[in-house]
Design a protein around this ligand. Sequence first.
Ligand SMILES: Cc1cc2nc3c(=O)[nH]c(=O)nc-3n(C[C@H](O)[C@H](O)[C@H](O)COP(=O)(O)OP(=O)(O)OC[C@H]3O[C@@H](n4cnc5c(N)ncnc54)[C@H](O)[C@@H]3O)c2cc1C
Length: 512
Amino acid sequence: MKPKLTALIIGAGIGGIATAGRLARQGYDVTVIEKNEKPGGRCNQIIRDGHRFDLGPTLFLMPEVFAETYAALGERMEDHLDLRRIDPTYKVYFEDGLQLQLTADIGKMQAQLEQVEKGAFGGFLRYIAEGNQHYKISLEKFVGRNFKSLLEYFSLGNLPLLFRLKALKKHFANTGKFFKDERLKAAFTFQNMYLGLSPYDAPATYSLLQYTELADGVWYPIGGMYRVIETLTAIAEKLGVKFIYNTPVKKLDTDRKRVKGAVLEDERVLSADIFVGNADLPYIYNSLLPDRKTAQKLDQKAYTCSTIMFYWGVDKTYPQIAHHNVFLAGDYKTSFEKIFDEHSLPEEPSFYIHAPARTDRAAAPEGQDTLYVLVPVGHLDPSRTQDWDKMIERARRTVFERLAKEMDVTDLEEHIKFEIVYQPDTWLERFNLQKGAAFGLSHNFWQVGYLRPQNRHNLYKNLYFAGASTHPGTGLPIVLLSAKLTTERILTEVGQYNERQTAQSALTAAQV
Ligand SMILES: Cc1cc2nc3c(=O)[nH]c(=O)nc-3n(C[C@H](O)[C@H](O)[C@H](O)COP(=O)(O)OP(=O)(O)OC[C@H]3O[C@@H](n4cnc5c(N)ncnc54)[C@H](O)[C@@H]3O)c2cc1C
């Protein structure tokens, strides 16, 4: 019997786990090496004193993409996840006192929008219809497929689609076609922040996010987002994947055309037929591979923002805080300039609060609360003075002040039992995210599709990538698509490679 092909995956983020499971199902002998003590990467959890926090992702979007992954691994998603739809999806708070509840309830949306601006409901319907188009075209023609060349990406068939997707228009400016009120434009563009992007920079294509939230829903798995990781890891193990934790890969040993082995901290070398880098792609080029030129080029690309996170265990509940709450800065535009141009914390920061115990009581002890606060900030930038302690203190004060002003939550500070803080340095140290950019490489026009770093190394033909900083991009469902596309590419190319090897051996044998 032919020996199994071996695959070594560097990183047990959702992209690494899904790729591992898919390859194992295709008969590969797969090992995953993870630097930290458990799987999940950014999709992780913290449990302390009975409080359970999601570390990063809190929004379960595009459930059909998750379902496809479970199915590809021979399972049914509904046997593993108890999903609850969150509706209203968010409460949105504006500096001037306006509140909106984004909901799939069309009647309620109509009443709220018409109160802010006459005719805005019609604009909303047209906006969602455009989002629907963007979603369908993107998924089918750009996000859900591999591109072999620039010509294929900019083919005669694709070019008109790029225009239909408004890929060269800016998202915020494009909402002006649907709404006049600046607050409504903000309410339908802040979602770009999930991709770590400014709506003043993001392509108008991203109205697909609002469409998918309202049409397909925002969901939450009982037990927390980490259920996705726990169940996918267990399924991968059942398929034979071996996970090795607390083991950072120090470097990749290469010859001219291939990666020969992964060198661990203790100098052990693990070899395999193929390698898949799930750790952040710019970090792999920068820290694990020898080629400095490409690493430097990647370093100069645009990166997403970072975040300051507060995880608060609270000895009281605040029912006025909903499952998802968004607080938008009064000076919306300037706040993005501060984050993306100056790599700092805006004077008036926007922020997001997650209170999972509203949907899942077990997330906090009886009568208490588990609060996660995400404040977007600039990524690490050594060319500037970035006083993180000061920024963290200012962010914390802003959260207390706005909660007091807009929700009448005046005593939170006294009821915080413990606080855990994450900041850009933490994202860098814990997960090796280049520049501490929480969402990886940015998704501007020049860094998507074929223009994004590809999922196979140009030179080392047995080194593939799956994860947020390669094609198609960041966000859990998109990274699941990355795992699918990378696996498809491996299966096609390694198949071809073997055929070539066989043909070559036959030729050599004939010549002898
Ligand atoms: C604060 C925050 C909020 C988010 N919110 C959402 C959301 O609501 N919904 C959503 O869909 N997405 C959200 N995202 C995005 C989502 O979390 C990411 O896109 C996704 O988790 C990335 O997965 P990945 O597998 O590409 O990478 P990662 O999760 O980064 O996994 C890579 C793994 O590689 C490991 N590694 C690194 N270096 C090495 C090494 N040398 N050796 C071995 N292992 C190594 C890391 O420890 C890590 O476990 C959020 C992200 C953040 C940070």
